[in-house]
Design a protein around this ligand. Structure first.
Ligand code: FE2
Ligand code: FE2
Length: 166
């Protein structure tokens, strides 16, 4: 068996995030529906659109390395999404629901940020120069989304969550 190298690790991780993005694409409309605030709904739907573009960029990266675009089951994202579903269920109808949804979404963003940061570094190491701007574009969108979610939480969902509804 040939020794595995950073090329193999790059492809493996690319498949991981490709799978993760597709799961996220399915989860975001559910989170938008669950969100009580219009701002929250809009943020989740906007990020769903961004996610469609991110999946296309990943397909371009697969093309650059001459491999078919194929996902590999990512148990980490399955776990993060399962926890989001648990929050939606357990906090349904409560004033803290939106704060919980935002926190769940931020866990997703941080997973993606970790993956894209790594993939971008590895693309540099491997001389995959055309992949770097594609991975960086996804990374920047995840970073911006994370910041937007922090703002949404602090400006409205978190304070609202402290008040008992009448
Ligand atoms: Fe993403
Ligand atoms: Fe994201």
């Amino acid at each position: 068996m040939a020794e595995k190298t950073l090329d193999d690790l790059f492809l493996d991780t690319l498949k991981d995030i490709y799978y993760a993005e597709k799961q996220i694409l399915k989860a975001l409309p559910k989170m938008a529906r669950a969100s009580q605030s219009e701002d929250g709904k809009a943020a989740f739907l906007k990020h769903k659109e961004q996610t469609e573009g991110q999946i296309e960029r990943l397909q371009q990266v697969f093309e650059l390395v001459g491999k078919p675009a194929r996902g590999k089951t990512c148990e980490a994202i399955q776990g993060i999404i399962a926890e989001a579903e648990e929050i939606m269920d357990e906090f349904k109808g409560s004033v803290a629901l939106d704060a919980g949804l935002i926190a769940s979404a931020q866990a997703v963003e941080h997973y993606e940020i970790a993956r894209y940061g790594t993939l971008k570094s590895w693309a540099g190491q491997l001389g995959l120069n055309d992949a770097i701007p594609l991975l960086d574009a996804n990374l920047q969108e995840e970073l911006e989304t994370d910041q937007l979610l922090t703002q949404l939480g602090e400006a409205s969902a978190n304070p609202k969550g402290t008040k008992k509804s009448a």
